[in-house]
Write a protein that binds this ligand. Structure first.
Ligand code: PFF
Length: 450
């Protein structure tokens, strides 16, 4: 595809909704509440917001600059700016592929829980113990989770095959508002449950006695995963921004929306958890085990459950689309394959990888990489190694290598906007982000302990 034919997104709202679509995902609704639950609730929230401001905003602005300035896929973008740094583009391609390898699997689970809610099958499982067994039986089954993984990958494929404007832009404009409305409705329902306010207190009252050094590291990792940064995903999306898109406002809006969804997800989950007297620290199973048990105690439980899992599906879908797009546009522009074929190749390869990773939770569980099954190793390698490393290198690139004038021009829209905090942005990108991110990276590799 020639450069002049490259798609661009419509207005300001499109840029925000598309980028927020990538950011808002399972990370906000599934991961944030349980990590906050394990790390003292309100105290975690304060630290998390600090990380978003110190790390999230600068790295997001750096990625927007690289993408919008070059109007290219992540590999092409880095190559154009500095040949030596094109490896960062490959980091983005590899990371997106590996993330889809486990993200499609969890997304498939949300689809299964949604269909079980619609058919009413989910209401047969009343206690947490039975729900835990059901979850374990389902996720280790050799057939059913794979089928749902494949269906989810095909759903993603359909949107990508429709193209940037008709597929990605339209679907984000449709799904994001629905997602917000459902989230607000569910949060209100949950807060009005008996004892629900206790849950809100847990989320908003900081208890710093629970904070350890690891809390800071968890918050940093979560902030990165949640904002989809460090992986070139935002480079790819911002390569479709038009020249009038205000990068500063877009970045602030994306950060605000992403954080708001995480907080609302907490405001939806903790009151419900407190109202039935369950500990908020039940870990990753919070959404798939604890919540279905709570829904079963409610009138119209299956309906609430269906709304909740539909919410998760929409959140997951807008994120899988963004990861798929990173790979599709890479094949399209770098290998000269037509967009249609590129999308098919990506769907085929990611579906095979995700199916294998689903099977690794059950029948292929004996196959281990460094002691972890395939599903866990994909999660570990991306979240703990590639993501913080990618983020660290992105900030070094933007702070030290990239021509400052390019950064200033993009951020200030060629002088049309004020770039009041430009000096601060450069200091954060040069010193603060690399240091903090390098520490997560080394910690996750086990090179130091706290
Ligand atoms: N930000 C998404 C979430 O919070 O679930 C996950 C994600 C999407 C991470 C895209 C990275 C990415 F490039």
């Amino acid at each position: 595809m020639g450069e002049n034919k490259r798609a661009t997104l419509g207005g300001r709202l499109s840029a925000v909704l598309v980028a927020a679509g990538s950011a808002v995902g399972l990370g906000n609704i599934w991961r944030f509440p349980y990590i906050a639950g394990e790390n003292g609730g309100g105290a975690f929230l304060v630290i998390y917001i600090g990380c978003i401001l110190l790390l999230g905003v600068p790295v997001l602005l750096a990625e927007f600059t690289v993408g919008r300035h070059t109007h290219k896929n992540s590999v092409g973008a880095y190559r154009l700016l500095s040949k030596k740094w094109s490896f960062l583009g490959y980091n983005s391609v590899i990371s997106s592929l590996l993330i889809l390898g486990f993200y499609f699997v969890v997304s498939g689970w949300t689809l299964e829980y949604f269909t079980s809610s619609i058919t009413g099958a989910i209401s047969e499982y009343s206690s947490s113990v039975v729900n835990a067994e059901r979850f374990a039986d389902f996720t280790t089954d050799p057939v059913r989770p794979v089928i749902f993984t494949v269906i989810f990958a095909l759903l993603t494929h359909v949107v990508i095959a429709l193209g940037v404007q008709k597929g990605i832009e339209r679907s984000s404009k449709l799904m994001m508002p629905i997602l917000f409305v459902m989230l607000v409705v569910l949060a209100i329902r949950s807060i009005t449950m008996p004892n629900g306010l206790e849950g809100l207190k847990f989320l908003f009252t900081p208890d710093f006695s629970k904070v350890t050094a690891k809390t800071f590291l968890d918050a940093m990792g979560q902030a990165f995963f949640s904002l989809s940064i460090g992986l070139g995903c935002m480079i790819t999306y911002s390569s479709y921004f038009n020249d009038k898109t205000n990068l500063q406002n877009t970045a602030y809006n994306v950060v605000i929306l992403d954080t708001l969804v995480a907080v609302l997800a907490g405001a939806m989950i903790f009151p419900a958890v407190f109202s039935v007297g369950i500990e908020p620290t039940s870990g990753p199973s919070l959404v798939f085990v604890t919540l279905p048990s709570i829904f079963n105690t409610m009138t119209f439980g299956s309906l609430w459950s269906a709304i909740f899992f539909l919410l998760l599906i929409l959140a997951a879908l807008t994120s899988t689309i963004s990861l798929h797009e990173v790979l599709t546009v890479y094949l399209n522009e770098e290998w000269g394959i037509s967009r249609k074929h590129a999308a098919r190749c990506v769907t085929l390869v990611t579906t095979l990888l995700a199916s294998a990773s689903s099977l690794s939770l059950g029948v292929w569980g004996d196959f281990k990489i460094c002691g972890l099954n395939l599903f866990d190793s994909l999660d570990f390698v991306t979240a703990n190694i590639l993501l913080p490393l990618g983020g660290c290198l992105t900030s070094i690139f933007a702070g030290w290598v990239l021509n400052k004038q390019i950064l200033r021009d993009e951020i200030s829209d060629h002088g049309r906007l004020k770039a009041r905090l430009f000096g601060l942005l450069v200091v954060l990108l040069r010193y603060v982000c690399p240091t903090l991110l390098l520490s997560i990276f080394l910690y996750n590799l086990g090179l130091f302990t706290l």
